[in-house]
Design a protein around this ligand. Structure first.
Ligand SMILES: [Zn+2]
Length: 225
């Protein structure tokens, strides 16, 4: 990858950070984003900085041993270890997004997974979204807690904390976070109207078949095949 390519990715990380902050998915210095450059090298967001106010020169280059390769005083988030675990468990993953979007995080705080299919798009875009057991942020407890779910899910709620999404590239990982929040918001609104109505199993299977033809991987659907 050329320096020009890396700069473009850094700009895209800043743009996604602005979108996350603008949409209220993160507040203060919350959240982190990373992109895989090669098997052992990554670009990631700095800690202690609003994700809505990042500049390309603030983005950190780091290796799989947590050695910072870029110059400057910015340091990666301690939550980057969670990102590394995603890349380790799933070689297909090219980007990881972590945020605290309020509606999805409400599910995480309540310990409620998104595993009842009442929205067709939710089946096709995300599949089921489990809640990984609580781990203290920044410790190995978080990577350990998500590892068993990674082979089967592209979006995972972190109990009492937030959410993490993965994708083949940054746009896919980010869109999954956006979809997760949008779906969570809709499901919570439906509770005020008497609750959701789940799709019949046959219709869920049909949606899974359609989703298989999407040019993206849907490990979350394995439970239906
Ligand atoms: Zn967090």
């Amino acid at each position: 990858m050329t320096e020009f390519d890396e700069f473009n990715i850094k700009e895209q990380i800043c743009e996604i950070g602005r979108d996350m902050w603008t949409l209220g998915m993160v507040s203060a210095n919350d959240g982190n984003i990373s992109v895989k450059i090669d098997e052992h090298t990554f670009l990631t967001t700095p800690t202690g900085v609003s994700k809505g106010k990042m500049k390309p020169e603030m983005i950190i280059k780091i290796d799989s041993e947590l050695k910072v390769l870029s110059e400057g005083n910015y340091r990666p988030s301690s939550e980057f270890r969670m990102h590394l675990r995603c890349y380790k468990e799933r070689p297909d993953i090219g980007a990881v997004v972590h945020a605290h979007p309020p509606y999805a995080t409400a599910f995480a705080a309540a310990g409620v997974p998104l595993d009842q299919y009442s929205l067709s798009e939710a089946v096709m875009l995300l599949g089921s979204v489990p809640v990984a057991p609580y781990g203290t942020p920044g410790t190995d407890e978080v990577p350990e807690s998500i590892a068993p779910f990674l082979p089967f899910h592209d979006a995972i709620l972190l109990a009492n904390h937030g959410a993490v999404t993965v994708g083949v590239d940054l746009m896919q990982a980010y869109y999954r976070m956006e979809s997760l929040e949008h779906i969570s918001k809709t499901l919570i609104a439906a509770q005020a109207l008497g609750g959701t109505k789940e799709l019949p199993r046959k219709k869920i299977d049909e949606l899974c078949e359609i989703a298989k033809n999407y040019p993206i991987r849907h490990p979350g659907y394995r439970k239906y095949s």
